[in-house]
Design a protein around this ligand. Structure first.
Ligand SMILES: [Zn+2]
Length: 280
């Protein structure tokens, strides 16, 4: 099992590495830049050299970043789509410079109620961003969403259609989120429920495309279509649900990032400890 928490790299990659060791993590997640804005911190060669040395010694990884929430490749507003396309391309290159495993993107918001047009716009800009990034080792992962109003990507079929639309490039994959999938309606509390969901995903886009998992409990019940994370074992998935996810032979092999609500990163030590306990 490779598990860690979503941390800040504002003070440098090695700082997030030290935090990871302090909370008992194997890896970490991070925002590729300010999650609600456009400013990108320059991650310089010196920082990367220091981080790679630390990574070599500690074995921390594989790192899974998250793109800003303000990106919406589905919007009819040209400027917003172009901004998103540029950031996705730039951040693939920025994160490839320190050999991040993947960065995660919310597929988009259909604000007009015209799903085919929204999907077509996402496909166009995903393709352009991947082309602009060029040959990078860092994967771009589309996240499975809870299905809040307008949210694209709450069904395997939609994620599959986006992958198919782009011609399934090798650098494009999928990141699962246990909270989102549960609120989208999947029963993650039993092995049978998870198996049924994974069979649907395998048919829609192929399980080999799944490259990471956001491990979160859900504040709201199954099928609520609400995206509100809760601490592990304290939400509607509960200890049974989190245990079912962690003990599943396919899911437990994925790099897992915890994004539960905490006041301070040190609280993630408890979250990671619970995950290790429930993983059996
Ligand atoms: Zn996300």
């Amino acid at each position: 099992m490779r598990i860690g928490a979503h941390l800040s790299i504002a003070k440098g990659l090695s700082d997030a590495g030290r935090q990871t060791l302090a909370i008992g993590g194997d890896t970490f997640g991070f925002h590729t830049r300010n999650p609600r804005g456009s400013a990108a911190r320059q991650i310089g060669a010196e920082e990367i050299v220091a981080w790679r040395a630390m990574q070599q010694e500690s074995g921390i990884g594989p790192l899974v970043g998250h793109l800003p929430y303000v990106i919406n490749l589905a919007t009819p507003k040209d400027g917003i789509r172009e901004f998103g396309e540029r950031v996705v391309g730039e951040d693939l290159r920025r994160c490839d410079a320190f050999a991040a495993h993947a960065i995660v993107l919310h597929p988009g918001h259909d604000t007009e109620g015209d799903r085919p047009a929204a999907m077509a716009r996402i496909v166009t800009h995903l393709s352009a961003a991947l082309a602009a990034a060029g040959a990078v080792g860092t994967l771009l992962l589309l996240e499975t969403m809870a299905g809040q109003t307008g949210e694209v990507g709450a069904t395997p079929a939609e994620i599959g259609a986006l992958l198919a639309g782009t011609g399934r490039p090798a650098g494009l994959g999928v990141c699962l989120d246990s909270c989102h999938l549960f609120s989208a309606g999947y029963d993650l509390t039993t092995r049978a429920g998870i198996d049924a969901m994974l069979a649907e995903m395998d048919a829609a886009f192929g399980l080999d495309r799944v490259k990471a998992l956001h491990l979160n409990d859900s504040k709201f019940p199954r099928g609520s279509h609400k995206d509100r994370h809760e601490k592990l074992g304290q939400g509607e998935l509960g200890r049974q649900g989190i245990a079912a996810v962690l003990q599943h032979p396919f899911l437990r092999e994925l790099p897992m990032i915890i994004e539960t609500p905490v006041d301070d990163y040190r609280e993630y030590a408890g979250e990671i400890a619970i995950a290790r306990e429930l993983a059996g």
